[in-house]
Design a protein around this ligand. Structure first.
Ligand code: FAD
Ligand code: DLZ
Ligand code: SF4
Length: 514
């Protein structure tokens, strides 16, 4: 009796539910590098190297743990190019009595897994993905009884359910949320913590050569690839974050500084999402750091909220809203992204900096993604599906279940406010307050009109003005609309003309793929 245990590229955990339900003595683990997964979007080269190298290292870790692993490489001559094609070939090789697999992370792949039993006539046992802290049933139980799915209420429920930062049924420190303390702008500081850098080993170097040769047309650069690709190295980075950066994580959570990619962020999302680190374990360690007096409550609560709150909430929303969530376009936006989203070559300094960093490293932190790159895309009226594809392609931590609700929902307001009570748009003033980008920009962040006026300023008012029918009654936008209405007709006209002239100059080429 043989059991086939397929393990997908974001299931690189030794405590995976499928493995827990199988016996190493009678099972064959199947890992598949397949063209379909490498091409469903034009993944950043760094993301391809990370996933393929992490998969190859994980296969070794599984063998060391006593599992028999059948590993199909991308360049194997008989590789069929898809998960389903590889399952068919593996059934021919191993004649399994059944397949045990942990549920897929996204709708596209879930549909494949759902089809295998009928297609192959082999029983398929799909196990829940227990690496998430909130099960589908628990999220549904919470969501189905409410008309508005506010993250904060979900988060409080998760705190109570896990006991994280709880004392006698109450939040530790007396408050649930310390977000207001977490909005400081950062000063350059030579003692800023730096994430660890990991020198590519022979396996990673081989994958780098493969990706350079086969995916030369994909965005990004592999110069200086230094991400962890094993659970052990990811753990080293986690320990380094807990020791060196967590204490100030909260203070500077929203700050941006030129040339500083990391600040006090953890840079752990790629590892958590691929399965190399466990999210609940990280939350517990952060809580322990607070209990030991190593990190203050605003940092620890902020960090735990991102994982226990936002990450779990996004996953719940993704599965609840269904496969056609991706089609939502509440504001009717249709513009292509400017071609320079794939080069970073623009004279808007904030975008040159954040896009340049993204293309070089496949990483940007939350506020860079939300309040610079996403803000601009929303202000210019970019098609939310195209924006979604861009984010899915360029970030190391991007898988549809987490990227789509963040991008289409939170950042682009494509769902009309399911995730956020107002669109995340701002003028240049916010970017100036939270970064040092504007001081180096050819535009003047204080000006709304004129040749050197910051484009964000006129675009912000143009956005509000053109969406008055859909946003005018939003209570959280009442103040900006009042401010706009107090402007003279001439001032409004010159602002709108400034924005229109800027929009006309945009290269509407995109990359043409979508
Ligand atoms: P930290 O700032 O150190 O935060 C700690 C952890 O909290 C992260 O490691 C991550 O696991 C979690 N987290 C924080 N915010 C979120 C969030 N909004 N949703 C889910 N988890 C969160 N995150 C992804 O993991 N994958 C994505 O594809 C992704 N796409 C995004 C797209 C947009 C438009 C925006 C605005 C945000 C997106 N995020 C995404 C969320 C967030 O930007 C990243 O999780 C974070 O920048 C990762 O860096 P870090 O590990 O240093 O995070
Ligand atoms: C993202 C990705 C890439 C680029 N390549 C592979 C691959 O060759 N084999 C694999 O098993 N997984 C890969 N992945 C991750 C999958 O796309 C991911 O597991 C699905 O999104 C399911 O959630
Ligand atoms: Fe960005 Fe405007 Fe500041 Fe330039 S002035 S960096 S365009 S916000």
């Amino acid at each position: 009796m043989t059991v086939l245990v397929p393990i997908l590229g974001d299931q690189l955990s030794l405590n995976l539910s499928s493995l827990a339900a199988a016996d190493p003595a009678t099972s064959v683990v199947l890992m598949m590098e397949v063209a379909e997964e490498t091409q469903y979007v034009r993944h950043h080269k760094t993301k391809l190297v990370f996933i393929l190298s992490a998969m190859r290292h994980h296969a070794e870790a599984l063998r060391d743990a006593g599992w028999t692993v059948d590993y199909v490489r991308l360049d194997d001559p008989d590789n069929s190019g898809s998960f389903t094609g590889e399952i068919a070939r593996a059934i021919a090789r191993h004649a399994p009595d059944r397949i045990v697999v942990t549920e897929a992370g996204e709708w596209r792949v879930a549909a494949m897994l759902d089809g295998w039993e009928t297609l192959f006539g082999t029983p398929v046992d799909q196990r829940p993905d227990t690496r998430f802290i909130c099960s589908h049933a628990a999220f549904e139980e919470w969501a189905s009884s409410r008309s508005v799915l506010t993250m904060e209420w979900f988060y409080r429920r998760m705190r109570a359910a896990t006991g994280l930062l709880m004392e006698g049924g109450k939040p530790v420190g007396g408050r649930w949320n310390y977000d207001k303390e977490n909005r400081r702008a950062a000063e350059r500081d030579l003692l800023m913590p730096q994430p660890l850098a990991f020198t590519p080993d022979a396996i990673t170097r081989e994958v780098i050569a493969l990706v350079e040769q086969r995916f030369a047309h994909h965005p990004g650069s592999l110069d200086g690839f230094d991400y962890a690709v094993t659970a052990a190295d990811a753990e080293r980075q986690a320990a380094s974050f807990m020791a060196n950066a967590l204490p100030q994580f909260g203070d500077y959570e929203d700050a941006m500084l030129t040339g500083e990619r990391f600040l006090w962020h953890s840079i752990l999302s790629p590892y958590i999402n691929a399965g190399l680190l466990d999210p609940l374990d990280l939350c517990r360690r952060a809580a322990a750091a607070y209990a030991a007096g190593h990190a203050p409550i605003n940092s620890v609560e902020g960090y735990i909220r991102q994982i226990l709150g936002w990450r779990e909430y996004m996953r719940g929303i993704y599965w609840r809203e269904g496969p056609d969530y991706v089609e939502r376009n509440f504001l009717g936006h249709t513009r292509a992204l400017p071609g320079w989203y794939w080069t970073g070559q623009t004279d808007l300094e904030c975008l040159a900096e954040t896009l340049g960093q993204t293309l070089a490293t496949a990483h940007a932190h939350h506020i860079q993604r939300l309040m610079v790159i996403g803000n601009f895309a929303l202000l210019i009226g970019a098609d939310p599906k195209a924006v979604h594809h861009w984010y899915l392609e360029v970030y190391l931590d991007a898988y549809e279940w987490v990227e789509l609700p963040n991008t289409l929902g939170m950042s682009q307001f494509g769902d009309g406010g399911l995730l956020g009570s107002k669109p995340y748009v701002s003028s240049g003033a916010y970017i100036n307050r939270m970064s040092d980008y504007c001081g180096q920009c050819r535009y003047d962040v204080t000006k709304r009109v004129g040749e050197d006026a910051c484009p964000f300023n006129a675009l912000y008012w143009h956005f509000l003005d053109r969406h008055r029918d859909k946003l005018g009654s939003n209570r959280r936008l009442a103040m900006p609309y009042r401010t706009w209405d107090r402007q003279s007709a001439a001032a409004q006209a010159s602002t709108l003309a400034q924005a229109t002239a800027f929009l006309d100059t945009l290269d509407a080429g995109g990359d043409g793929d979508y």
